[in-house]
Design a protein around this ligand. Sequence first.
Ligand SMILES: *[C@@H]1O[C@H](CO)[C@@H](O)[C@H](O)[C@H]1NC(C)=O
Ligand SMILES: *[C@@H]1O[C@H](CO)[C@@H](O)[C@H](O)[C@H]1NC(C)=O
Ligand SMILES: *[C@@H]1O[C@H](CO)[C@@H](O)[C@H](O)[C@H]1NC(C)=O
Length: 465
Amino acid sequence: MRFPVAFTVGLATAFASLASAHTCFTTLFINDVNQGDGTCVRMPKDGSLSTHPIYGYDNPDLACGRDGNIPVAFTCPAPAGAKLTFEFRMWADLSQPGAIDAGHKGPIAVYLKRVSNITIDSAVGPGWFKIYEEGFDTATNMWAVTKLNASQGLLSINLPSGLPTSYYLIRTEMIALHNVTSNAVSPQPYVGCAQLFIQSSVPPETAIPSEKTVSIPGHLSPSDPGLNFNVYRGEGKESSYRVPGPAVYFPTAPPGNNKAQNPTIQQTDGLIPDNCLVKNANWCGVEVPRYTNQAGCWASAENCWNQLEVCYKTAPPSGNKGCRVWEEQKCKVLQQACSSGQWQGPPNEGQKLTAVVDSPIPGGKLPDPVNAGQQGEVVSGGGGSSSGSGNTGGGQATTFIVSTTSAVPTSVVTSSPTPIPNDEVAPTPTVSPPPRGGKGKGYRPHCKSTRKQQQRRWVVYEPMA
Ligand SMILES: *[C@@H]1O[C@H](CO)[C@@H](O)[C@H](O)[C@H]1NC(C)=O
Ligand SMILES: *[C@@H]1O[C@H](CO)[C@@H](O)[C@H](O)[C@H]1NC(C)=O
Ligand SMILES: *[C@@H]1O[C@H](CO)[C@@H](O)[C@H](O)[C@H]1NC(C)=O
């Protein structure tokens, strides 16, 4: 009879990065709380391309970046009006400091798209609206990209207070114009998205006015003056620079109705499970089965290593710190217990692994929202008092009646948001099963952009007496 004796071999493997760095949105903070590197973020899977721009105005990757069509497991809850901070890195895993390559200059915008099902939505297509933009700031004589770099790659904005309760994709768009000249017209768009559930006092029946929205791709045109601006020969025209894309739409909840309390629908998709012992991006380690004998102990150890393998394989370019915590504090501890004959377990059953997995905040603090106090069109039709007046008036009035359905008493609203027509559905990601344990089994962490030394693990099965 064979019993597995598993042990690990740490093997230093230096990955030379082939990538030339520009920038990548890696990390979201909600009301100053770090959601964790990569958590809720649809990041490119290939680390060597994770910081690259997206070329081609009809490229579907303009929506949420490379692999941005593929949903991630977690969706972060955010109250309406919340402060959101986006962290941009020149090296997705912070193996080297820096937010964006030297010399990049241009505008930044933030978009939202309401989605009816975040677990399948590809992000591509209609429904995107812009909630924030900045081009050239004449007060500081700086482009938005330069200002972002000066604030250590951290951009804070407030969400509008008047968004209907729903799932959303939030999208950052930075356009670098440093290479736009009369000879070589090639602005560089950098985009990234995160999955949000926004809770507000505005009921889900309230629609986003379609005239405020655009399709992505499709919202940029090669002839747009904002994409053909020569940043070296601006000759003072920077003050009239217009950020490409639609006008900002920033709906505000009616006075006295801006509490994010008693949301009419609750988040059900993308919740981080309570039994998550340690998290890495959109992966969670959960406790291994309880055991009372030697075979059970090894089976649970195997369970632990199998979870670890998924963690490393799915770790986005922002890194695998949480996987390493799971490896050190769970799998190795468990294996040690099995090896030393402690066949009742698991040790520290159900305890959260408390090791710090968050990366340090560049500069040590988050900036204030750049759009604090911004007022938008007031949304009405909330709280079951919808006027039933049908469509919007086209936005001339300050009060914006946006109900599209007849009044629904709030107390009975439990339905999911009205599906958005033409919402494209993402292809089902193909998940290849992890290889099973065996002699010479090797693990290579997914992130290619890292210059840090990575660990490989071998599990070797040996006959036991
Ligand atoms: C960003 O800041 C760093 C450090 O101050 C500087 O070396 C780099 O050139 C800046 N990049 C941009 C795009 O302004
Ligand atoms: C989204 O789709 C998944 C898979 O079909 C389903 O389980 C889930 O309930 C849906 N969520 C909503 C909010 O409709
Ligand atoms: C500038 O654009 C040209 C032509 O599109 C391209 O070949 C070159 O690599 C670009 N340079 C930089 C620094 O982006």
